[in-house]
Design a protein around this ligand. Structure first.
Ligand SMILES: [Zn+2]
Length: 95
């Protein structure tokens, strides 16, 4: 057993996944208005830092929907992992 084995698993949405995140499901973001829902197109899920939040929150970097594909991720947010789990299940169910 590892130290982190008891924490919930962190879903890692694949790059390009479009996440529609409710206002209460993210915090500490960059590139969008606080307290508003927003859409994030995933670039990277940075699971290494999630242990600091008991794996209940994870940093995700990405882009807005209308971003051109010519720059490094311009948005990031600390997203509730429970929200990601719902999204993953929805994706699985659709296939
Ligand atoms: Zn961008």
């Amino acid at each position: 057993m590892t130290l982190y084995g008891r924490m919930p698993e962190i879903p890692t949405p694949r790059p390009g996944t479009r996440l529609e995140i409710a206002a209460g499901d993210w915090q500490f973001g960059r590139g969008q208005d606080p307290g508003q829902p927003f859409t994030l197109v995933v670039s990277e899920t940075r699971t290494a830092l999630a242990q600091h939040y008991g794996n209940e929150w994870v940093w995700i970097t990405g882009h807005a929907e209308d971003c051109a594909d010519d720059h490094r991720p311009c948005r990031e947010a600390l997203v509730r992992t429970a929200k990601l789990r719902q999204t993953q299940e929805a994706v699985s169910a659709a296939h």
